[in-house]
Design a protein around this ligand. Structure first.
Ligand SMILES: Cc1ncc(COP(=O)(O)O)c(C=O)c1O
Length: 450
């Protein structure tokens, strides 16, 4: 471990040289500088340990400190460090085959580096797909308010979080938004199922009002994650699938967080028995150890590109997308998940976390608790009757007190004004029973004092 003096020096240099995402400009506060990780635990440069109940940024699915992953990347770097996927290489072929197995369908895979790029790629493929079929006017996309799809101009246009968009607008044109199925805030007198079907119906209304022949696709996560853990009724996604099929609109499912076991199944959409047309994925594919993302496209969509006319192939390239070491590491990551049954482990841990946290429902600040596999959101409110969201300083106090006690949790930060009030939990799927005990015990202790 570093001497305190060196740690302080690092922190000062961080303030001087680094620009951090999602962080206010403030010379007085120091970020946590993390030095090491093992299992579900991280250690900062002062030697303080924390249980990382956010898996970094919803991504370290197999936990920290896996030497096997480092070795897989090392071996690949020594054997063949780089070749672009305008041609091919062995780890990309093997990983695309493996992803087909995980997706339980026939998909063709385009690799990129980040979730944003995977979504950007999906948007471009969807537009060109319709053009290949002679549907030249289908260019619009429908997504949901409160959902996040990435930081680039297209993926951010699909995002429904005003606070992350409004300083950068105008973004790409042709992006429309509907309300999310936020059952906690549904109108009085409606059942959860009725409200969810109404929300799915909003999508069909929009398709009709805009003109079916102008809509290219619907983009959604199986469950809105970073936007507030908004879990739909099981009927919702099934209804959306039917609407998309009826109007010849592609269903693009963003599995950037929900994929790779987080939901208790291999992919989030598998909980709802639907088949997407395009699946995008990133984060958990390498457990965050190296950058990699993928856009998996149903075979029939790929087939629309086989025409030999001048503009019929997909003119899109990524230098680093699917780089060999990332693909080799992802394969090893999936091997670990299979060997250790981490998808099933996620389901078991998620059920336990949900049932143990359920006791908090009686707490005066807890408005709702929602979970999906080993992912949970606790919506905190000022008043349970009015559902007025808890003010940001009070939300920040809960998070800070958890951190003080060695527990890192998150929230839906900088999304929609007034709604930064959902505390989030997304621990490594490899967490031990003792890790989960620590999460539940510490969070309950903190909530007792609020
Ligand atoms: C659902 C979802 N989609 C896309 C992205 C963008 O991924 P990236 O940050 O890797 O570009 C994120 C990132 O948090 C996400 O949560």
């Amino acid at each position: 471990m570093l001497l305190d003096q060196d740690s302080a020096d690092l922190t000062a240099k961080d303030r001087k040289y680094l620009w951090h995402g999602m962080s206010p400009y403030n010379e007085q506060t120091a970020p946590m500088v993390v030095a090491e990780g093992q299992g579900s635990w991280i250690t900062d440069v002062y030697g303080k340990r924390y249980l990382d109940a956010m898996s970094g940024l919803w991504c370290v699915n197999v936990g920290y400190g896996r030497e096997e992953l480092a070795k897989a990347a090392y071996d690949q770097l020594v054997t063949m460090p780089f070749y672009p996927l305008t041609q091919s290489h062995i780890p990309a072929i093997r990983l695309a085959e493996k992803l087909n197995e995980w997706l339980e369908g026939e998909y063709v895979v385009f690799f990129s580096n980040s979730g944003s790029e995977a979504n950007e790629t999906a948007l471009k493929i969807a537009r060109q797909y319709h053009q290949q079929n002679g549907d030249h006017s289908r260019y619009k996309f429908i997504s949901r308010y409160r959902a996040y799809h990435g930081n680039s101009m297209g993926a951010l246009a699909a995002t429904g979080q005003a606070q992350r968009k409004y300083k950068y607008e105008p973004l790409a044109p042709g992006f429309l938004h509907v309300r999310p199925p936020d059952s906690y805030r549904r109108p009085n007198g409606m059942t959860v199922e009725e409200f969810n079907l109404l929300c799915a119906g909003d999508i069909e209304d929009m398709i009709i009002w805009e003109g079916e022949e102008t809509i290219a696709g619907v983009m959604m996560e199986p469950v809105i994650t970073g936007g507030g853990v908004i879990v739909p009724h099981p009927a919702y996604l099934e209804e959306v699938r039917k609407i998309c099929t009826k109007h010849n609109v592609l269903l693009i499912v963003d599995e950037v967080i929900c994929g790779f076991g987080r939901s208790g199944r291999k992919f989030g959409h598998m909980n709802y028995g639907v088949k997407p047309d395009i699946v995008t994925m990133a984060k958990g594919m390498t457990s965050g150890y190296l950058p990699l993302s993928a856009t998996a496209v149903r075979k029939e969509i790929y087939e629309a590109f086989k025409n030999t006319a001048a503009y019929s192939h997909f003119r899109h390239v990524s230098t680093f997308g699917g780089t060999p070491a990332s693909c080799a590491l992802a394969l090893k990551n999936l091997e670990i998940m299979e060997r250790e049954n981490l998808v099933e482990r996620s389901r078991i841990l998620g059920e336990r976390m949900a049932s143990e946290m359920e006791q908090l429902r009686d707490h005066p600040l807890v408005g709702d608790i929602r979970s999906f596999g080993f992912l949970m959101g606790v919506e905190v409110v000022e008043n349970k009757g009015t559902k007025q969201p808890l003010a940001l300083p009070a939300v920040g106090k809960i998070i800070a007190e958890c951190k003080e006690k060695g527990l890192i949790i998150g929230k839906n930060g900088d999304t929609v004004a007034g709604f930064g009030n959902v505390l989030t939990f997304s621990p490594p799927l490899s967490s031990t029973d003792e890790d989960l005990d620590f999460i539940v015990r510490t969070f309950k202790e903190v909530m007792k004092n609020q």
